[in-house]
Structures are given as structure tokens and as C-alpha cells.
Design a protein around this ligand. Structure first.
Ligand SMILES: Cc1cc2nc3c(=O)[nH]c(=O)nc-3n(C[C@H](O)[C@H](O)[C@H](O)COP(=O)(O)O)c2cc1C
Length: 149
């Protein structure tokens, strides 16, 4: 199985840490959308899209990347980290997947250290996350994705 995750992770690298944990389960190619001009996503069996939640949404660069490169009917999954709540952060990706007839095999989210704006003055939100338990859940999630392929 060939899997890739297209991701953006700049605040504290929280999302990247979760993806690194997932990568222990299989051969998972991690594509940083900030560093990729293009991608041949048709070559993969399943594609993940991942970032922190910024202003209630998955980072725009990840959604734009998906809009440009996600082939029709490709199985997908979504991953995020968040300070407080993931809310409806996957909505843009969910809508796009529906439009392209891409089955969504799963969604994963966990807390990620957040020092945005005033939270920095309080020592930040979700300090210590993602932690070992988050990584275990992330690996379990990926095993479940693999079982569906
Ligand atoms: C500009 C900015 C906006 C954010 N907005 C939200 C938000 O709306 N909801 C939330 O729960 N966390 C929010 N966060 C916290 C991040 O989602 C969280 O720290 C995440 O783990 C960052 O991922 P990263 O380190 O991979 O970039 C925000 C952080 C930043 C820097």
C-alpha cells in the first residue's frame, strides 16, 4: 500500500509530530504543501490531508492543495491538531471529497500545544500535547485506515 499525507504544520510542529507517529505503522510519505509545487497523487492508494486548526479551519494551503491535486474517487482521510476544539474544521475538505466522489475513510484529531495570541500569556493551551496517548490513538487510527484498503 502506498499512502501519502499532504500537510501544513507551522505553529509548534504538532501536526507533524502526529504524522511521524502514524508513519511508524506503514510507509507513509509526508508531503509538506509549503515545500511542494506539485504532486502526483494518483500514484497513491490513499491520501491524507492534515494541519492544525487555524481560525476554526484546516489551513487554507492544505485545502488549496487538495483542490488542485486530489484525483476523483481517491480514498482520503483527514487529520488535525487543535488547541481547544476541532469543531467543523474539516468541512472544506469534506465538501471537496464529496464533489470528487472520494470516500472519506476516517477523521482524526487531537490536542496540540497552542500559544496563539492571549493564550501565550497564560502559558498556552493543551500544554504537553500531542502526548504519548495521542500518538497511540493516531497509530490506531492509521491501522484502521489500512484495514479498509
Ligand atoms: C493563528 C492561529 C489560529 C488558531 N486557531 C485555532 C482555532 O480556531 N481553534 C483551535 O482549537 N485551535 C486554534 N489554534 C491552535 C492550533 O490549532 C494548535 O496549536 C495546532 O496544534 C497547531 O498545529 P501545528 O503546530 O501543526 O501548526 C490556532 C493557532 C494559531 C497559531
Amino acid at each position: 500500500m502506498k499512502l501519502a499525507v499532504c500537510y501544513h504544520s507551522h505553529h509548534h510542529g504538532n501536526t507533524r509530530k502526529v504524522l511521524d507517529a502514524m508513519a511508524l505503522e506503514c510507509d507513509l510519505e509526508l508531503l509538506d504543501v509549503a515545500a511542494c509545487q506539485s504532486a502526483q497523487l494518483k500514484d497513491y492508494d490513499c491520501i491524507g490531508f492534515a494541519s492544525g486548526i487555524y481560525a476554526f479551519e484546516i489551513h487554507k494551503s492544505v485545502v488549496d492543495f487538495a483542490r488542485e491535486f486530489l484525483p476523483a474517487r481517491k480514498p482520503v482521510f483527514f487529520v488535525c491538531t487543535y488547541g481547544l476544539s476541532r469543531g467543523t474544521g474539516f468541512k472544506a475538505l469534506t465538501d471537496l471529497a464529496k464533489l470528487r466522489h472520494c470516500p472519506v475513510l476516517g477523521e482524526f484529531g487531537c490536542k496540540g500545544y497552542d500559544t496563539f495570541g492571549p493564550f501565550k500569556l497564560m502559558g498556552g493551551l493543551a500544554k504537553g500535547h500531542p502526548d504519548e496517548q495521542d500518538f497511540q490513538q493516531a497509530r490506531k487510527f492509521l491501522r484502521n485506515i489500512l484495514n479498509q484498503l
